[in-house]
Design a protein around this ligand. Structure first.
Ligand SMILES: C[S@@+](CC[C@H](N)C(=O)[O-])C[C@H]1O[C@@H](n2cnc3c(N)ncnc32)[C@H](O)[C@@H]1O
Length: 261
């Protein structure tokens, strides 16, 4: 297996391609930026060699991937537990764990090749609050819940709701990165939203300040909460003890424009 912890030397093509733009200093604190740089380099080397990310992504690693994903942090409450479903090579989950050491992050990914890479990166970067779970999202239903369930490029909204909402704590939210066709996806998911007892989805445009300074696009996301948290009948497992106290509702550290979808 490749050693993903290898360093890139100062003047080589990989470090030139993956060196961060100035705006990265806004997304990552001084002590976290070196971890983000290391992750970018690992994605551009081992990630590309092992087919986890396309070779053409290397030069746009920061704009299109790391910074785009980091914009999601604007909508994450302090100290939240976060599950990233279909984490792939770690986008957005690993970026969130790097940018926000207050979070506990669970990367959920069924493919062994990908979870092996994720574990190697987590070890290489010493991310003690990031765990990797090899599973399909549905396999965790009834076993785990999280304050926030994130995803990027996993499934259309209807299927995403079915996979994600059973993992969302009563006062938690689904927070999925989505593209320009979000409004149509919301319309198409109307029956799923009703069936799963969801509140009206909110469309978020995140990262406006960084986008302006760095000439980047903002990140579009949809946030969905339970319509009636008191009615969320989550139990840990059929034979387990009745569930304990609900997770506290945390203050939303939210920015970006919001409107109902
Ligand atoms: C298109 S990739 C996106 C990866 C990453 N989120 C990104 O944006 O680069 C979708 C990922 O979801 C995973 N996946 C597919 N079905 C899943 C399921 N039911 N539960 C969790 N992950 C799943 C796949 O193995 C794959 O790694």
């Amino acid at each position: 297996m490749d050693d993903v912890s290898r360093e890139t030397s100062g003047g080589d093509p990989v470090s030139r391609e993956t060196s961060p733009p100035v705006v990265a200093a806004l997304a990552f604190a001084e002590d976290r930026l070196p971890l983000a740089e290391r992750y970018a380099a690992l994605l551009a080397t081992a990630g590309v060699e092992r087919g986890l990310i396309g070779p053409r992504e290397a030069p746009r690693m920061w704009d299109r991937h790391l910074l785009n994903c980091a914009m999601l942090t604007e909508a994450l409450p302090d100290e939240a537990s976060v599950a990233d479903l279909g984490a792939g090579a770690g986008l957005p989950g690993l970026v969130l764990g790097i940018a926000r050491p207050d979070l506990t992050v669970t990367l959920v990914e069924p493919l062994e090749r990908r979870t092996a890479f994720l574990r190697e990166v987590v070890d290489a970067l010493g991310l003690t609050r990031v765990e990797v779970v090899r599973a399909r999202a549905e396999a965790l239903h009834g076993q785990r819940v999280f304050d926030v369930v994130t995803s990027r490029a996993l499934a259309p909204l209807g299927r995403l709701l079915a996979w994600s909402m059973p993992l969302v704590a009563p006062d938690g939210v689904l927070l999925a990165m989505k593209g320009r066709s979000l409004e149509e996806e919301i319309a198409a998911a109307e029956a799923d939203l009703r069936r799963l007892g969801c509140a009206s989805p909110e469309i978020l445009e995140l990262g406006a300040a960084w986008a302006q300074q760095g000439g980047l696009s903002t990140t579009r996301a949809v946030r969905v909460a339970h319509a009636d948290p008191a009615r969320v009948a989550w139990r840990p497992a059929a034979d387990a003890e009745p569930r304990g106290p609900r997770p506290r509702r945390r203050s939303q550290r939210t920015a970006g424009r919001r409107h109902s979808g």
